[in-house]
Design a protein around this ligand. Structure first.
Ligand SMILES: Cc1ncc(COP(=O)(O)O)c(C=O)c1O
Length: 425
């Protein structure tokens, strides 16, 4: 039974905005509706991969395509002006949401991965060289780890990793040892997508700055789930993805301090990012357009604006409280099984996700059984292969929560895990 009082937010009202949550899953995928009647209500617990999209966000996309679909910055006709204003205002809204100074500091990209690559290529290739180090954490997502690793190989820089301790916390003593005058960049995940660890990125920023290094914060899991203020953190760069925060796919954000972005050369060249072009040379547009070559992500940017409005209406403090409540509940319930191992810090110290393994059962087999129960979770290495190697496991099962999830859905997860236990006993 749903009781709203249990939650910091009005989950029941929020669920009304997500028609997908009424879906039945299972049965025949090839011919939906024609399979055997073994369907179950969807329990969507794969939010750290991609969140669902509420009606107002979908409507903002429909409004754009039905009402003012047009290229931006290219025409003086009415539709182009409307689209340009909406697209530019989306940058302002993002800036306000994360505490940036203004649209100059907000570059729209395709996703967090592209934001990381933009900085790694545009800044890293120009600035890194032999003798420089890039300091990462052992729990970086491949988006950060692989990108810096490869840029380091191209430039002769080296990569070092801050240890994660046995409880899944970042070893800050080790961070203080590693970050020194050879450090050019510290790149750290804000909330680990595998362990749920909340990394003290403000402290890392202080360490980086004491040694004249920059810090890039990967906020793919933090911006959707908690209030974030890039200035309070003192991040030099910060990135996140729209599709993990009720927005559409195809939109990511790169925040960069204005003076740093000013000094950087563009990452992609072409139309929209130039001021003047001759057969011999070209000059660049003002920020942020210098980094948005070609026709940009117009509909996606406008929809991200709508997603931020939706989250702000709920209130990010309350979103965080809800995430923490569900994470702790899931942690406690899964801890009831002595053959379930949970990775990362205790339930009251983590972001809204729990990765675990059931003894003797491969994560993929477990997720398949959960799927039979209608429970959508993620199985695999969650793009943190080296971290899984360190934990001595090939894969794990991850449940992750968002604003529309309820405790009863975690109960459904736990019941399904219990079924798997009986099956494999
Ligand atoms: C911590 C973290 N960083 C980066 C990414 C990459 O995000 P995207 O695939 O949207 O580029 C993810 C997505 O899973 C993530 O969880």
């Amino acid at each position: 039974m749903r009781t709203q009082e249990q939650y910091p937010i009005d989950v029941e009202a929020i669920r009304e905005d997500f028609p997908i949550l009424d879906r039945q899953v299972g049965g025949d995928i090839e011919t939906p509706g024609e399979g055997p009647d073994d369907t179950r209500p969807l329990v969507y617990l794969d939010n750290a991969a991609t969140s669902q999209t509420p009606k107002p966000v979908v409507e903002s996309i429909v409004d754009y395509y039905y009402g003012y679909n047009s290229n931006v910055h290219r025409g003086i006709h009415h539709l182009s002006q409307e689209a340009s204003v909406a697209y530019e205002e989306a940058h302002d809204r993002v800036a306000e949401f994360i505490g940036a100074n203004g649209r100059e500091e907000i570059v729209f990209t395709k996703n967090t991965t592209e934001s990381l690559n933009l900085v790694a290529y545009a800044w890293g290739l120009a600035e890194l060289g032999p003798g420089d180090t890039v300091v990462l954490t052992e729990m970086e997502h491949h988006a950060s780890l692989v990108t810096w690793q490869q840029i380091a190989k191209k430039t002769g820089a080296s990569v070092e990793y801050i240890r994660v301790d046995g409880d899944g916390r970042l070893d800050m003593d080790h961070a203080a040892e590693l970050i020194d005058d050879s450090t050019a960049m510290v790149s750290a995940v804000h909330v680990s997508n595998t362990l749920g660890t909340v990394v003290p990125v403000g402290d890392l920023a202080d360490l980086a700055h004491e040694h004249g290094a920059y810090i890039f914060v990967d906020g793919a899991q933090s911006v959707p789930t908690r209030p974030v203020d890039v200035e309070a953190i003192d991040a030099d760069f910060f990135a996140f993805s729209g599709h993990k925060m009720l927005g559409p796919t195809g939109i990511g954000v790169l925040y960069g301090k204005e003076h740093i972005l000013e000094e950087m050369q563009p990452y992609l060249y072409g139309g929209e990012m130039i001021r003047s072009v001759t057969y011999e040379d070209s000059t660049w547009e003002d920020l942020p357009w210098k980094f948005e070559a070609g026709t940009p992500v117009i509909a996606q940017g406008i929809a991200l604006h709508a997603a931020i409005d939706y989250l702000d209406e709920i209130g990010m403090e309350r979103v965080q409280a809800h995430e923490e409540l569900l994470a702790e509940y899931a942690y406690d319930r899964l801890s009831e099984f002595d053959d379930v191992e949970i990775y990362g810090p205790p339930g009251d110290e983590r972001g809204g996700l729990v990765a675990f393994n059931l003894d003797g059962v491969h994560a993929h087999d477990l997720s398949s059984i959960l799927n039979d129960h209608g429970v959508a979770i993620r199985a695999g290495d969650h793009c943190t292969q080296p971290l899984h190697d360190k934990l001595g496991i090939a894969a794990s099962t991850r449940a992750s929560f968002y604003v529309y999830n309820e405790k009863s859905e975690i109960d459904a997860l736990v019941d399904a895990v219990d079924d798997a236990r009986q099956l494999f006993a």
